[in-house]
Design a protein around this ligand. Structure first.
Ligand SMILES: Cc1cc2nc3c(=O)[nH]c(=O)nc-3n(C[C@H](O)[C@H](O)[C@H](O)COP(=O)(O)OP(=O)(O)OC[C@H]3O[C@@H](n4cnc5c(N)ncnc54)[C@H](O)[C@@H]3O)c2cc1C
Length: 314
């Protein structure tokens, strides 16, 4: 059976849901083989095997202090050694850059923003700011595909078998740039926006107060998102921005609060499974794509929803 190379940049367990999704997808196409950006501890190897991986390529040195170029070079070297039928990555900014750089090194076509990959490697993705869904296929080289989080349901774990480990020597040239320091992001305890199954997002209608959005997100175990109007106003950090120039998300539930639904916002969220929109303007464009719409004031609707959830849980 042909192998499918999955690039994973996971320094420590637990294996994130997005990684398990990629391994699940790989199993529908061929035999999952991992290109791991970090040398794997025994427990990590066990977790990879339990998710179907049969082989893991690891860098001979540390890739932690380098920028994407070295990771792309490692992935391309692993691909040259493995000759897989396809290469899968996540869809973060970094993963997409690694895919692009590896594509150049391998002379391969790259498809980003995939939401499904068929066993014959036909890829489904949304295009033109999410207005259309298209099916496409890489015609040159090994298909390199970046897949949006929440596109597939992770398969149950299988009994782990022993993994073959292959060491990939690092490029002799060394990296052109090196990370010299890191500072931790404030820990919110909320899930990562791009991977969250529930997102509550606020826009200009929140008028500077994201409290009701955060309260509802926390009750639902979700992440907080925002429109560009809200992040530009400084009401919430830029990393929360959803849309064409922000993050592309595909949660099970996206609650849009006080967001008009401009095309650039829709581009990042309209593949959500269920969209609930709260807006005081019944003609707001967001209602065109909402599964459930509430015409009302966010400062009344969101606290009521939070209260109802609390009551039902009591
Ligand atoms: C190149 C480019 C890239 C862009 N990228 C992005 C992007 O990535 N993401 C993004 O979001 N935007 C992006 N934008 C901006 C986008 O065009 C819109 O300007 C932006 O999405 C508007 O944000 P908003 O819906 O919060 O604000 P508005 O359009 O001002 O809408 C606010 C909404 O809140 C409602 N409202 C107000 N008060 C209340 C209340 N009390 N209760 C209920 N509803 C209320 C109003 O009826 C209105 O519909 C981009 C624009 C360009 C040109």
């Amino acid at each position: 059976m042909a192998s499918v190379l999955v690039f994973l940049d996971v320094p420590a367990l637990p294996l994130p849901r997005a990684a398990r999704e990629l391994l699940t997808l790989a199993r529908t196409v061929g035999e999952p083989v991992v290109a791991a950006a970090h040398r794997a501890e025994p427990a990590m190897l066990e977790a990879l095997a339990a998710n179907g991986a049969v082989k893991v390529y690891e860098p001979a040195g540390e890739l932690d202090t380098v920028l994407v170029a070295a990771k792309a070079a490692f992935l391309a070297d692993a691909a040259n050694a493995e000759q897989p039928a396809a290469i899968l990555l996540g869809n973060s900014f970094e993963d997409r850059e690694i895919a692009a750089r590896a594509g150049i090194k391998l002379g391969s076509g790259v498809i980003t923003d995939a939401v499904a990959v068929a066993p014959d490697l036909a890829v489904t993705k949304s295009v033109l700011a999410g207005s259309y869904t298209s099916t496409c296929r890489v015609r040159t080289g090994t298909p390199i595909i970046t897949v949006k989080a929440n596109s597939v349901e992770p398969a149950p774990e299988v009994p782990a078998t022993s993994l073959e480990r292959v060491e990939v020597p690092l490029s002799a040239a060394g990296p052109a740039a090196r990370v010299t320091g890191r500072s931790g992001k404030r820990v919110s305890g909320r899930p990562e926006l791009a991977e969250a199954r529930v997102i509550v997002a606020g826009g200009r209608g929140m008028d500077g107060d994201f409290g009701p959005v955060e309260e509802l997100a926390d009750l639902l175990g979700g992440a907080v998102g925002a429109s560009r109007a809200a992040t530009d106003a400084g009401w919430i950090e830029h990393s929360a921005q959803v849309g064409q120039t922000g993050k592309t998300v595909s949660p099970q539930l996206y609650i849009s609060a006080g967001i008009s639904g401009a095309i650039q916002q829709k581009a990042g969220m309209q593949t959500a499974k269920v969209i609930v929109a709260v807006n005081k303007d019944a003609d707001a464009p967001v209602f065109e794509i909402a599964d459930f719409g509430i015409v009302g004031d966010v400062f009344s609707v969101l606290p009521q929803a939070a209260e109802e959830i609390r009551k039902r849980r009591a």
